[in-house]
Design a protein around this ligand. Structure first.
Ligand SMILES: [Zn+2]
Length: 148
């Protein structure tokens, strides 16, 4: 008598707080890229696996140990490569590189054009890539609106 189970004595083993939500996505490799006149630089959150390293090398990237980055001089085709890299890393849909220079839509992506790398949304990029006579009216209207 007098013993009430579990009334007083704390039981540390049983009273553990619920485990924190497992936000451990550290196994997912992420990267940042920088593009300037000297070329393209990629900085990974951790060492890429062999598959990714092979992909980098196949695309002309070289490891620069002093800087801790992968880089290449060629900027052309970088947007395509980054898309492929994102897919290879399973980091979800490509994140926009910035607002569209043309219509200011938020989801713009780098569109390498020779030496320049403008940022356009998919719609503008499609329009700019397909000079279709039926789009000319729209082109003109947009050019006036955008002040191009
Ligand atoms: Zn646009």
């Amino acid at each position: 008598m007098g013993r009430e189970a579990g009334s007083v004595t704390p039981n540390p083993a049983g009273a553990r707080p619920a485990p924190a939500p497992t936000s451990e996505v550290s196994t997912v490799l992420t990267f940042k890229h920088a593009i300037d006149r000297r070329g393209v630089e990629l900085r990974f959150s951790e060492k890429p696996d062999e598959r990714i390293r092979a992909m980098l090398k196949a695309n002309g990237f070289r490891w620069a140990p002093s800087a801790g980055v992968w880089w290449r001089r060629r900027i052309e085709g970088t947007a395509d490569f980054l898309d492929a890299l994102r897919k290879a890393l399973f980091v979800g849909p490509p994140r926009p590189d910035g607002p569209c220079w043309r219509c200011k839509a938020p989801a713009g992506f780098f569109r390498p054009r020779g030496a320049a790398t403008p940022v356009y949304c998919d719609a503008c990029d499609a329009i700019l890539n397909t000079p279709d006579p039926t789009d000319l009216a729209y082109e003109d209207a947009c050019a006036r609106a955008c002040g191009l």
